[in-house]
Design a protein around this ligand. Structure first.
Ligand code: GTP
Length: 448
């Protein structure tokens, strides 16, 4: 998990609607513009995570200039990478289909969105059928990932235990060593082991315990949001109810990727103004005196009928298409905090010379990041010059204070900046002295 560089992996069986989901969530790129990722691989896209921008709270909307993403009336869109994890077939952990390539791709993801065809009109291989139970897909994906990790550990378990005893390691050290290949660190291992609260020493773990450890690891390392897709189909209703009853609503989102693609396409073509993540859109007839850039085109009858159907089957019934909600829930699973580094906590300036830009930067950092760690992230080369940090109201923050939503507008003061200020002051003084001197000189000249 990189700072400010989190990756959402999209997984699902063939024909579940993965590509449609990705297209619907990432087509905003052209509209939104730039992002901080220099190379985007073919199976990657950029999506946007919506948060409340502090510019609204502090009435600075007109000066808000995000370096990446955008801010619209106080809604901030932060760019996040999305990865299409293709090639999932039953038996992938045993090498079926693209096998380990699919599982290797998973390592690049911090959180997963599992797109499930909730209509039950495609079987586990994505072939058209009727009455298929989508619960199978949820369980099946989970067990593929579980088996992948479990089999890898089990194969080497005797050696792992031998080394563990010989080096007198604790369980967290040994597991960190074994799980680091999945993009895992000691902090994460410590967290899931704490939650698990195992009493038996590692050398006594039986298969059942090892399964429990793997399960706890996956919960922490690959939190998963289930997107129950194709809610617009009439067959979906009864399956939705059943799945929500079994898995709870916390990690389940109802989606229609197709409806979201359609709405965003109409928006792009200027037939509607679509308010992403809501049930609302404007038509040409709703507009009063629009500017030429905002003016919408009139819909033909066929498209209007289709739009009404989307309204009926998705927007009125479920409140929205679920795609934006899915991204929001996925990022929430990561337990990250948006932080706004500023040059000045009174005017929120970003320090770009000659502009009044505020809140230009925003970084997502993992929960538990301290002020000093954050300083290191934004000024790695200035770390040795760190002096102090302050937040709104010029309140000083301790180096070990955790970053929270209450102190996430931060100014880091470094002695180099202070040194520069002193240099500038000296320069000013010298200039003043020079001009005083020249004034004196002039005076002298006058006298002369
Ligand atoms: N009714 C309906 N159909 C959908 C929805 N999302 C996707 N589809 C359709 O489902 C079919 C498969 O969608 P894809 O997005 O290609 O699915 P995929 O999971 O990427 O499939 P593969 O490329 O085979 O892995 C297409 O015909 C889509 O139009 C949806 O929300 N509602």
């Amino acid at each position: 998990m990189g700072v400010g560089n989190f990756v959402i992996g999209v997984v699902g069986k063939p024909s579940a609607g993965k590509s449609s989901f990705l297209n619907s969530a990432t087509d905003a790129v052209a509209k939104v513009g730039n992002y901080p990722f220099t190379t985007i691989k073919p199976n990657h896209g950029i999506t946007y995570y919506q948060i409340d921008c502090p510019c609204k709270k502090y009435h600075k909307e007109e000066f808000c200039q995000p370096k990446y993403g955008k801010c619209v009336d106080g809604a901030r869109f932060l760019p996040i990478e999305m990865l299409d994890v293709a090639g999932l077939v039953p038996g992938a952990s045993e090498g079926e289909g693209l096998g380990n390539q699919f599982l290797d791709d998973l390592r690049g993801a911090d959180v997963l969105i599992h797109v499930v065809d909730v209509s039950g009109t495609t079987d586990q291989n994505g072939k058209v059928t009727t009455g298929y139970d989508p619960i199978n897909d949820i369980d099946w994906l989970h067990s593929e990932i579980h088996n992948w990790v479990y089999n890898n550990l089990k194969k080497k378990w005797v050696g792992i235990v031998r080394r563990h005893k010989a080096l007198k390691c604790n369980a967290v050290e040994t597991l960190t060593n074994q799980l680091c290949g999945y993009g895992t660190n000691a902090k994460l291992v410590g967290r899931f082991m704490d939650k698990l609260g195992l009493k038996e020493p590692l050398e006594n773990w039986d298969d059942e315990t090892l399964h429990k450890v793997v399960e706890a690891f996956l919960d922490e390392r690959f939190p998963t949001i289930v997107a129950l897709n194709k809610i617009d189909l009439p067959e979906s209703g009864k399956n939705i109810e059943k799945i929500c009853r079994k898995y709870g609503e916390e990690r389940v989102v109802l989606t229609s990727a197709l409806a979201e693609c359609f709405l965003r396409k109409l928006d792009k073509q200027k037939f509607i103004k679509y308010y992403e993540g809501t049930e609302f859109f404007d038509l040409a007839e709703d507009q009063v005196d629009p500017s030429p850039e905002e003016k919408l085109k009139t819909l033909d009858d066929k498209t209007r009928n289709r739009l009404e159907k989307v309204q009926d089957m998705v927007l009125f019934r479920y409140g929205n298409t679920g795609v934006v909600e899915c991204i929001r829930k996925a990022v929430k699973c990561l337990n990250v905090i948006p932080v706004f580094p500023v040059k000045n906590v009174n005017n929120f300036s970003s320090g770009r010379f000659g502009t009044k830009a505020v809140f230009s930067d925003c970084l997502l950092v993992p929960g538990g990041t301290t002020v000093r760690e954050f300083a290191r992230i934004i000024h790695p080369e200035l770390d040795k010059y760190y002096q102090y940090a302050e937040t709104i109201g010029n309140i000083r923050l301790g180096e070990d204070d955790l970053i929270t939503y209450d102190n996430n507008i931060i100014c880091i003061k470094t002695s180099q900046v202070i040194q520069k200020k002193n240099d500038d002051k000296k320069k000013d003084n010298n200039n003043n002295n020079d001009s005083n001197n020249s004034k004196d000189k002039n005076k002298n000249n006058d006298n002369e």
